[in-house]
Design a protein around this ligand. Structure first.
Ligand SMILES: Nc1nc2c(ncn2[C@@H]2O[C@H](COP(=O)(O)OP(=O)(O)O)[C@@H](O)[C@H]2O)c(=O)[nH]1
Ligand SMILES: [Mg+2]
Length: 307
């Protein structure tokens, strides 16, 4: 998601103060009173521009597609981001008020140097008060840029035990070279292939073992996948040459069915090695059954995908 990849770096309180006051120190004026009024306006403009740029760089998290919203929530917390952005917005409006009042005081004849010194002190402590929020937003920026980018198109997630033939299937039916991304909070990679109509996601290590054996982080990654999936393609290797008994493969199938609650297509792989045809069967070796399965899963995903 581009907006999450392009969040700007956020300065610390110290850096931000430096930026704001450095700019104002270069300001001139026909006399000291003018010069100080100009400095205060510059402080106001620099901080307004800065805060607005940071705040407007963030998307409306509540209207993000659920896959991204869930990812953001897991990685950093949507409410925490909102709270920090609100602190920035509050500090910004306080700074604007301080500057307006201070300029008013100077215009009414108060000592400009004293007014300026007191304004700067209050602005500095306001910005120091939001240091945690600034730091948090910068950490968030670094984490959010790692979220894998999925296209907004009907999406099939491929599941099944290791070595049943998931990757062979995905690479065979994908037109483009698959994209590879990593879940930022696991070491798991996700492989994303595309056909004309579908996005197909293969997730080694996530949907290939009993879900109960997953650790908390992996379970969260699985929840995210659930949001991305319009349909699940579950691949079964009835020859058991994958190294896992059919019985285990069928019990994982039931588990994924329950966990995802998404339309599923159950298929047999390695059709060149066996005669089971009580489910659709394909062979990545001979090409048997591939076209039929793609037609079927495309139909299921398109029907299940919200328009
Ligand atoms: N005979 C046969 N072997 C296959 C077929 N598809 C995959 N394999 C083999 O099964 C093994 C695992 O395949 P892979 O696609 O990596 O499985 P994954 O772990 O589920 O992604 C590899 O050695 C493949 O060559 C097939 O259609 N027929
Ligand atoms: Mg694989």
């Amino acid at each position: 998601m581009d907006v999450l990849r392009r969040l700007p770096t956020v300065l610390t309180a110290e850096e931000l103060l430096d930026k704001i006051f450095r700019k104002s120190s270069r300001i001139s004026g026909s006399n000291e009173r003018e010069r100080i009024i100009n400095k205060l306006s510059t402080i106001s403009n620099t901080s307004k521009d800065y805060f607005n740029r940071i705040i407007s760089s963030h998307p409306d998290y509540d209207s993000l597609p659920s896959f991204y919203r869930e990812m953001v929530d897991l990685l950093v917390g949507v409410e925490k981001i909102k709270k920090s952005l609100a602190s920035l917005s509050w500090a910004n409006s306080m700074i604007q008020k301080i500057v307006t009042k201070s300029i008013g005081k100077i215009k009414k004849g108060q000592n400009p140097v004293e007014v300026y010194r007191s304004a700067c002190g209050r602005i500095a402590s306001l910005i120091e008060d939001i240091d945690e929020d600034l730091k948090f937003l910068n950490e968030a920026k670094n984490k959010l840029k790692e979220i894998p980018t999925l296209r907004d198109m009907p999406t099939v997630v491929v599941a099944g035990y290791p070595n049943v033939g998931k990757s062979s299937f995905v690479s065979l039916v994908s037109t483009a070279k698959p994209e590879i991304a990593e879940y930022p909070f696991t070491t798991k990679k996700i492989f994303i292939g595309y056909t004309k109509d579908l996005q197909i996601i293969d997730t080694p290590g996530l949907l290939d073992r009993p879900l109960a054996k997953r650790n908390a982080v992996e379970r969260k990654a699985i929840l995210c996948l659930k949001h991305a999936a319009d349909a699940i393609l579950y691949i079964i290797d009835p020859t058991e040459t994958c190294g896992y008994p059919l019985k285990s493969q069928l019990s994982l199938l039931e588990e994924i069915k329950k966990t995802f609650g998404k339309p599923m297509l159950e298929v047999y792989s390695k059709a060149d090695l066996h005669e089971f045809r009580d489910r659709p069967a394909f062979s990545a070796r001979s090409g048997e059954g591939i076209r039929e399965i793609m037609e079927e899963i495309t139909k299921i995903a398109l029907t299940s995908s919200p328009p």
